[in-house]
Structure formats: structure tokens, C-alpha cells
Write a protein that binds this ligand. Structure first.
Ligand SMILES: Cc1ncc(COP(=O)(O)O)c(C=O)c1O
Length: 360
């Protein structure tokens, strides 16, 4: 760029959006962004039309008080412990902006959610990326060893994107017990509702026990509102106050707030869909493992195959089959659990990959 600007931004990777479904005469599928494959609920659409659309000439309630109070009731915390953002991406951004500036460090597992390095570098802080263990778990001891005087935030991604591996309650407590009380630990639980691991950490429980826990959740995944951009954080009151100071003013639209409330009203119906996605995930994993694939524990609405150097070659087979996946060059492919037909295509394509020597 020829204009005077922050040259540290030049070093940032651009956030890569999941590719759209491949173009073809046949039906093709987008399983690249961990979206919910179900169409929006009729009740959610009706609430948007009935309530929100007629107010789009007005700014939304900046605090999102209706949603905040409702979430407070559901989660058993005070409304002062909750703030909203444009997806959980924004609440994570708010938190990093609040806590970490020039010279400060943010510790998180890697590979993990691609937005973390961008958010941290944009704040002027330094990422301390702690490699996952070879089976995709957070390396808790290494994360503890990475804490320094300059550490301002530690991020736990449970289950981790893109590996889908959960973090156990025991591991979370080992970490929390080792972290100084004045350093925040963020539990990014974007895929919380898909996590059926009986040993998993549950950040809302840890929030009640430790003074330095922040929880980030989203309406994008289980609630199927990815296109409306609404997520939230649960945090100590003074942290919420700080996060709100750095929030994008009026970032969460009334349309998003209305849809979130209607979705909370329709929780049972949405939860039925989550259960369908979980059982599809289990069906696909069973099929692939019986073909011989090595796949780490998957507790999200996606799973991970570590193709290593065969990644790009394998991707071509999925594109040919009509599937856009999320590819991490030289590392592996993340597959969103989508419609049953898309999942069938994943199973069939993996079977084909096996015959051409790409089984890992
Ligand atoms: C681990 C993780 N955290 C947070 C998010 C943010 O989602 P959103 O901003 O839509 O709430 C994502 C989205 O893919 C994610 O994978």
C-alpha cells in the first residue's frame, strides 16, 4: 500500500471465508464454514418481519437489553455480566482490545480459530501460539509454560476449530489453577451445543468458580443465525463495562436481537436440529473410521482429517464430488456436518480417496 499506514497490518493473514458450493449442473454443497444446514425457522422469520423490519429507520438498542436480560435469566448470572457483539467474533475482539495492547501477549492453541491472530495483531499485541498435541488437544502444560509477565489473556477454544477436539474439565481446571487471578482466561464456546463429551469443561460452571473466566458464545451455529451476526460474552461486571467501551456502536442490529429472542423461544425446536446434526456427525465418523480413517474426537458440527502433504490433492476429489470444504494447505481438511446428502458424499468421496492411496 502506497499510503502511510500501520505496516504491522501488512504482515497479517487475511481472514479466509469458507468457499461457496462448487459450481456444477448437479446439486452441490457448502460444508466449509461450520454453518447450520437447516433453513431459518418460520417463527424466527415471522418475528423479524413483524417486529424488526418496521424499525430499520431507527438505531437499535445499543445494549441489546431484551436479549441481555433473557440470557441472564437463562444462564443464572446478572445482566451486568453479559454483553452482546456482532457474532462472538466481535465480543472476542472487544475483550482483546480491552486487555492487550502494544507489548502484551495473548496465549492460545494453534491451529485454532483463524480470527485470533488477526484480532490480536490488530490490537497491537503479540500472539503466543501453543501447538496442539499430535491428537489435536490443547497442550495445557505448554500453555501454562507460555505464560509470562506480559500475558494478558489466554484463550481456550472448546471444542477447538478446526480439529473439533474438546477440552476436558480437568485440563481447564489445571490451566485455571496455574493462571494468575488477574489474567483473564477466555473460553470460546462457539460450538458448545454440539459438545456431548461427558468430561468436557463447561465454561459457565467455571465462571461461577473462578474470578477470571470469560465465556463467549454465539447464535451463529446451533441457533442458525450466522447471517445476522449476534453473539455474547459472560464476564465479570468490570470486564463487561470495559468491553462495552470498545464495542462497535450499534453493531448488533434490531433484526439480530429480535431473531435471537425468537430463537431462544424456539430452543426446543432448534435443539432437535442440533441433535440431528450430532447424530449425522456420529454416522459419518462411524462410516469413515470403519473405512480406516484416523479422525480425532469430534464434538462440534464439524470434524477434521489431517491429510498433511496430501491435503490439496484430496481437496480436488471433494470439489469434483460437489463439496466445498475448508482446506488448510499442507495440514488437513475441516468438514462441516451438513445435509444428509452432503454427508453421504463425504463418505463416498473418502472411500474413493482410499482406493487412490490417499487414506490417512
Ligand atoms: C471457534 C470459533 N469462535 C468464534 C467464532 C465466531 O463466530 P460468530 O462471529 O459467527 O459468532 C467461530 C466461527 O466460525 C469459531 O469457529
Amino acid at each position: 500500500m502506497a499510503f502511510k499506514h500501520r505496516t504491522d497490518i501488512d504482515l497479517l493473514p487475511s481472514y479466509k471465508q469458507g468457499k461457496p458450493a462448487p459450481k456444477s449442473n448437479r446439486h452441490t454443497y457448502k460444508i466449509s464454514s461450520n454453518e447450520n444446514p437447516f433453513e431459518p425457522l418460520a417463527s424466527v422469520k415471522a418475528a423479524i418481519v413483524d417486529d424488526a423490519l418496521s424499525h430499520i429507520n431507527r438505531y437499535p438498542d445499543m445494549r441489546g437489553w431484551g436479549v441481555v436480560e433473557r440470557l441472564a435469566k437463562e444462564t443464572g448470572v446478572a445482566p451486568e455480566n453479559i454483553c452482546l457483539g456482532c457474532g462472538s467474533t466481535e465480543v472476542i475482539t472487544q475483550l482483546v482490545q480491552l486487555l492487550a495492547g502494544t507489548g502484551d501477549e495473548v496465549v492460545y492453541p494453534w491451529r485454532s480459530f483463524e480470527a485470533y491472530p488477526i484480532i490480536v495483531a490488530t490490537a497491537g499485541a503479540r500472539s503466543v501460539q501453543v501447538p496442539l498435541t499430535s491428537d489435536g488437544h490443547h497442550d495445557i502444560e505448554a500453555m501454562i509454560a507460555a505464560i509470562t509477565e506480559r500475558t494478558r489473556l489466554i484463550i481456550v477454544n472448546n471444542p477447538n476449530n478446526p480439529t473439533a477436539v474438546p477440552v476436558s474439565d480437568a485440563d481447564a481446571r489445571t490451566l485455571l489453577d496455574a493462571v494468575p487471578d488477574d489474567v483473564i482466561v477466555l473460553f470460546d464456546e462457539a460450538y458448545f451445543q454440539f459438545n456431548t463429551d461427558p468430561n468436557t469443561a463447561v465454561a459457565m460452571e467455571l465462571f461461577q468458580e473462578y474470578p477470571n473466566v470469560v465465556v463467549a458464545q454465539t447464535f451463529s451455529k446451533a441457533y442458525g443465525l450466522a447471517g445476522l451476526r449476534i453473539g455474547y460474552a459472560v464476564a465479570p461486571e468490570d470486564v463487561i463495562d470495559g468491553m462495552r467501551k470498545v464495542a462497535l456502536p450499534f453493531g448488533v442490529s434490531r433484526v439480530a436481537q429480535t431473531a435471537a429472542l425468537a430463537s431462544l423461544d424456539a430452543y426446543d425446536e432448534l435443539n432437535d436440529r442440533v441433535q440431528v446434526i450430532i447424530s449425522e456427525r456420529e454416522r459419518v465418523l462411524r462410516a469413515l473410521r470403519s473405512q480406516g480413517w484416523t479422525i480425532p474426537d469430534a464434538e462440534a458440527n464439524f470434524f477434521w482429517i489431517q491429510f498433511g502433504e496430501k491435503t490439496e490433492e484430496a481437496e480436488q476429489y471433494f470439489i469434483k464430488a460437489g463439496l466445498s470444504t475448508r482446506v488448510f494447505a499442507g495440514e488437513g481438511i475441516r468438514f462441516t456436518v451438513g445435509e444428509a446428502a452432503a454427508n453421504d458424499l463425504v463418505i463416498q468421496t473418502c472411500s474413493k480417496l482410499k482406493t487412490v492411496g490417499l487414506l490417512v
